[in-house]
Design a binder for this molecule. Structure first.
Ligand SMILES: [Zn+2]
Length: 443
């Protein structure tokens, strides 16, 4: 009897500790709205951070801004035994590359890499943008504070680096400041190519673009709503993969969508006060962001941003017209909210960086059988695996079963036709990889 009680106690204790991890709550608590306010203010005070603006001045223009960002990352690094490798990555973009590149320009990104202890070549990325703009995208001299678009995302990225550099992770994390966003997503394009050249294995990118505005142009105010944009399937899929989707499913289950579901689930778990909205599209209608060049390269990537935009406060000359104050100025940024969205990033960076890689192959079977069957490739470092499923109309993985350290499993009584399925790898501490949608079939 005593033994049985002890056993019950141990298993329930284990279950509880496997569900949540105190470190994730600590990370949420460590994110500072005050530091984010300080950084957004500093960035806005560079006058303009237009990609084509002054690079020589120490107080104005994108050159001064990116050197300051680099120094901030270096300061963070000096407080963690040089745990960050901080450097500029640059590409020359020639005049006329598009209408917004009115002169030759060096597009310079700032990277801070926190190397993983076990999988150093696997990278999860958080990005914000350095550059800003006013009404005319080629105007590189007028004041363009870009307080929300996108000093908020940049400040969040600096803050996430400060918080997470206190921990060690198995996978690498990159904190990135990107340039050339407003001129045509040049910075992201440059880094995506750089990542390919370096042979980096990109787990995914969280592109943060505008994470500080809580009052929408329609008057809606919410400091808990935010959006996670993800495209349905990668643009790099082959014709063969496209044809297979018709018969086996996967129209809404690409790698970026799985990353979006990961963030959604983790936020629901650890920050239940927030309202993450999964938006089933690459980006806002007809508009772009810096996750796209990563998606173009075949890497998973999502956009994290406020839910209620205010168009009079983005891409605008600072002015008053018909009683409306236009301009992306400091007064419109809610730093508490930006801190919450920074925490959203930080806990997901941490969870993924602490998790083993996802299984490379997941095969599914069970055609005309009263059971769904799975086989997957073994993952080095995984304690076990979890099978997920959901109704075909559900956006989230609503059902799951932890199946332990095996590489095949049969879900009896679950008919393959009526659900979508996926498999994740689970690490020693309970952290999970993103879910892999089956990429093969078997009989
Ligand atoms: Zn913008």
């Amino acid at each position: 009897m005593k033994k049985l009680l002890l056993f019950t106690f141990l298993t329930s204790f284990f279950t509880i500790s496997a569900q949540t991890d105190q470190r994730i709550y600590d990370i949420i608590d460590a994110v500072s709205a005050e530091r984010i306010e300080k950084d957004v203010t500093k960035l806005a005070n560079f006058g303009t951070r237009h990609t084509l603006s002054d690079t020589v001045s120490t107080t104005r223009g994108i050159g001064a801004a990116r050197r300051w960002i680099k120094r901030e990352f270096e300061k963070t690094s000096s407080e963690c035994n040089d745990c960050l490798n901080v450097f500029f990555q640059k590409d020359l973009v020639k005049k006329g590359a598009n209408k917004r590149i009115v002169k030759d320009v060096e597009v310079v990104n700032v990277l801070a890499i926190q190397k993983g202890t076990k999988y150093p070549n696997r990278y999860i990325i958080m990005s914000g943008d350095i550059d800003s703009r006013v009404s005319d995208p080629t105007n590189f001299t007028d004041d363009s504070p870009g307080a929300n678009d996108n000093a908020s995302g940049m400040a969040g990225t600096l803050e996430a680096a400060r918080v997470l550099s206190k921990y060690q992770f198995e996978n690498s994390i990159i904190y990135m400041g990107l340039s050339g966003e407003e001129q045509g997503l040049f910075g992201g394009g440059g880094i995506a190519q750089y990542a390919k050249d370096q042979g980096w294995e990109i787990i995914g990118i969280f592109n943060n673009d505008m994470i500080g505005n809580i009052k929408g142009v329609d008057g809606t105010i919410s400091n808990v709503d935010f959006r996670i944009f993800s495209e349905p399937v990668p643009p790099t899929e082959t014709e063969e993969q496209r044809r297979a989707r018709r018969f086996y499913g996967g129209e809404v289950d690409g790698v970026s969508r799985q990353l979006a579901r990961y963030v959604h689930k983790n936020v629901k778990q650890y920050m239940p006060e927030m309202n993450p909205m999964m938006i089933y599209r690459l980006d806002r209608f007809g508009r772009g962001g810096h996750h796209r060049p990563f998606n173009d390269a075949g890497f998973p990537g999502i956009r994290i941003m406020e839910a209620h935009e205010n168009y009079t406060q983005q891409h605008q000359d600072i002015r008053v017209e018909d009683g409306i104050a236009y301009g992306d100025v400091l007064e419109h940024v809610n730093f508490e909210y930006a801190a919450k969205l920074t925490a959203v990033n930080a806990i997901n960076l941490a969870s993924i960086a602490w998790a083993p890689p996802a299984p490379e192959t997941v095969k599914i079977g069970g055609i005309v059988e009263p059971a769904a069957k799975f086989q997957w490739s073994k993952v080095d470092g995984a304690k076990g695996y979890k099978i997920y499923w959901r109704d075909t109309t559900s956006p989230t993985w609503d059902h799951s079963r932890y199946v332990g350290d095996v590489t095949e499993f049969v879900l009896d009584g679950i008919v393959i036709d009526n659900y979508f399925f996926g498999v994740s790898a689970v690490g020693e501490d309970g952290f999970e990889s993103p879910v892999v949608f089956p990429n093969g079939i078997f009989r």
